[in-house]
Design a protein around this ligand. Sequence first.
Ligand SMILES: Nc1ncnc2c1ncn2[C@@H]1O[C@H](COP(=O)(O)OP(=O)(O)O)[C@@H](O)[C@H]1O
Ligand SMILES: [Mg+2]
Length: 236
Amino acid sequence: MTALLEIAGLQAGYGETRVLFDVNLMIMPGEVVTLMGRNGMGKTTTIRSLMGLLRPTAGTVRINGADLTGKPAYTVAQAGLGLVPEGRQIFPTLSVEENLVATAANRAGGIPRWTLSSVYDFFPRLNERRGNLGNQLSGGEQQMLAIGRALMTNPNLLILDEATEGLAPIIRAEIWACLKNLKQSGQSILIVDKTVSALEKLADRHVVLEKGVTVWSGNSSELVADPSLKERYLGA
Ligand SMILES: Nc1ncnc2c1ncn2[C@@H]1O[C@H](COP(=O)(O)OP(=O)(O)O)[C@@H](O)[C@H]1O
Ligand SMILES: [Mg+2]
């Protein structure tokens, strides 16, 4: 089976500053994989590099076997990557509904799973708030909107960068439940987050970054079996 996403030997940085030295990560269709590591280790830089927002200086990014290394962001998006960016980045002066349709697409092909009505069924709260502006929503509602907006592109791979950051525990739990639901429906997901306890249950495999290098990868039982990993790499 061809990997949905394969990142190998990835290097990237900002100007003269090298941030990624050797990032390796693979996601098979239907898998939920995490990218973990302390602050500043290069998780968001990895996401930017794979989305075509930052040009890698070495290594490869393959999506469904096609080499998309260094291709522009719109080409990568068309290949079916849907990003829920760090900080949510919803459009503050557009309504909930306008946010959802602004970047909608049918990238997976066939009959689209995600339409306005299926997103509203999945997030009833967004339906209630459909006429409100982005900046009138609570943090949790904004996060759901950011996820709904990414789903509206019908992505092959949904990518979430710190989706639970800054949210109350009860709202975080809602986000985890929503991701579990998506996983059960077969959605492939890449999750960047620091909530190891939730990720151990939700995800199939984990990749740990330290200073721009993939230092560990394994499945959930291997992660649970090695508590020293958390101390060494996750600040837990
Ligand atoms: N736009 C930028 N310009 C210069 N350096 C940056 C930029 N964004 C991030 N960095 C640096 O790159 C390193 C990795 O950052 P980042 O990928 O955001 O880490 P993480 O997402 O794991 O917290 C950090 O040292 C950070 O200061
Ligand atoms: Mg980050």
